[in-house]
Structures are given as C-alpha cells and as structure tokens.
Design a protein around this ligand. Sequence first.
Ligand code: SF4
Length: 75
Amino acid sequence: MRVVVDLNRCQGYAQCCYAAPGRFELRGREILFYDPAPPNHERAEIERAVEACPVHAISVAFADIDLKRPPGTAR
Ligand code: SF4
C-alpha cells in the first residue's frame, strides 16, 4: 500500500491522526509526518483516514489498483 498526502492541501486538522494514529502524526501545529508505505493489514485504518480528511489531501494506492481518491476530487 502506498500513501501520499498533498501537503499543499493539508491544513493540519489532524483527523487522519485520530483515524490512524500509528501512521499519521502532527508535530507542532502543522507539520504532518506519515508512513508512505503502511502494511496492508492496516488498510481499514488508512481508508478511515482518507475519508476523515476534510480537505481530501490523502491518496492511497493498493498493490494492483490505481490511486483511490475521495469522491469529488480531481486528478
Ligand atoms: S486530516 Fe487531512 S488536513 Fe488534517 S492533518 Fe490529516 S491530511 Fe492534513
């Protein structure tokens, strides 16, 4: 699994940190650290983080599937 956060879009709301606390972490008020290659068994947590992000900054790709982006966001 591959995770990409558009840091130009991220506003530091921290919803991803609550949804997947082991994979997303805010340091300070707006510096987001994240795991770009979380293990596949954490897929449900990562998908919750994607859905929780209010600005649709998180994209995730699975092994043989194209990037999954939240509905309503452009490529
Ligand atoms: S939920 Fe979205 S906006 Fe908030 S910190 Fe995570 S990636 Fe950034």
